[in-house]
Design a binder for this molecule. Structure first.
Ligand code: API
Length: 288
């Protein structure tokens, strides 16, 4: 007997499997009459053995503003929702360009959960996304216990005292600088910070090794997923924190295990811009 991991109904749910620098997604086109996936369905689809397997589910939906071509929402593998997904924004853009509803050249708008993003497909096939202005005010990260931004925040984490950077890209990010990314203890400090009372909505945790003023290595232990091969908002968060510390310049190549992203942040009050690839892997149908 075949087990159906979905809702038990018989309707098939078409999806596209995609990734951005190895951060992988199941993309669902919900324009029209399909309902948003419930947490149980997200967990079933994301399951690496019983499902399709992905870090996040992305849903393409009707635009929420007149200027946008479409809107999208983001669900982590554990079924929790997120407000920001940089790699996912590039994949949604590529999906709409392939469909023909977004231009293959020139800028267009997409509505994310935190507002509009301007996106552009470049001549080399990569996508450039306006990721917004980083927010360092603790209450807006959110981060509790600190009444003003005082980077680094010295936090007790699982028996160690750690200097932590913190910023919101629309979703919460913490950052720990390390000397060697390959020996960073993600499985200790990642969950330790995600469960920390300073982060009431948990947090995505980046581990950065500075290679030069225009190059860093980064690994990210994501909220609702665990370690991913890449995190676009995490790459922005790392550059924002390190640039503000004066440790890197304003145009940085971020090398993640799954690939490279180029992050620029011209000045503190301007949006960050992320540039990277988006790839189609296969098309399928989920027997919901
Ligand atoms: N991978 C995504 C971030 C997902 C963030 C999610 N883990 C959260 O709960 O905030 C990116 O490329 O930005």
């Amino acid at each position: 007997m075949t087990e159906t991991a979905g809702t038990g109904s018989t309707s098939a749910l078409p999806f596209s499997k995609m990734h951005g620098a190895g951060n992988d997604f199941v993309v669902l086109d919900l324009r029209g009459d399909r309902d948003a996936p419930q947490p149980d369905l997200c967990r079933a689809i994301a399951h690496r053995h019983h499902g399709v397997g992905c870090d996040q589910i992305l849903t393409i939906e009707a635009p929420r503003t007149a200027a946008a071509i479409a809107s999208y929402r983001i669900w982590n593998a554990d079924g929790s929702s997120s407000q920001q997904c940089g790699n996912g924004a590039r994949c949604v853009a590529a999906w709409l360009v392939r469909e023909g509803s977004a231009p293959a050249a020139g800028e267009f708008q997409l509505d994310s959960p935190i507002g509009a993003h301007t996106v552009q497909r470049l001549g080399d096939g990569r996508y450039r996304v306006n990721m917004g202005v980083p927010e360092f005010e603790p209450a807006r990260i959110p981060m509790v216990g600190f009444d003003a931004a005082r980077d680094p925040y010295v936090l007790p984490v699982r028996g160690s005292i750690m200097p932590v950077g913190a910023v919101s890209m629309g979703n919460p990010h913490a950052l720990i600088e390390v000397d060697d990314i390959d020996t960073a203890e993600l499985d200790l400090a990642g969950p330790g910070l995600q469960d920390h009372p300073a982060f009431p909505e948990s947090v995505n945790v980046g581990f950065a090794q500075i290679l030069g003023r225009d190059r860093i290595r980064l690994r990210v232990y994501e909220r609702g997923v665990g370690e991913t091969l890449a995190c676009g908002s995490g790459a922005c968060a790392a550059v924002a924190i390190l640039a503000r510390r004066g440790l890197v310049d304003r145009d940085v190549k971020v090398s993640l295990p799954g690939g490279d992203l180029q992050i620029s942040w011209p000045t503190d009050d301007q949006p960050m811009v992320m540039t990277g690839a988006a790839a189609f892997v296969f098309e399928g149908e989920w027997n919901a």
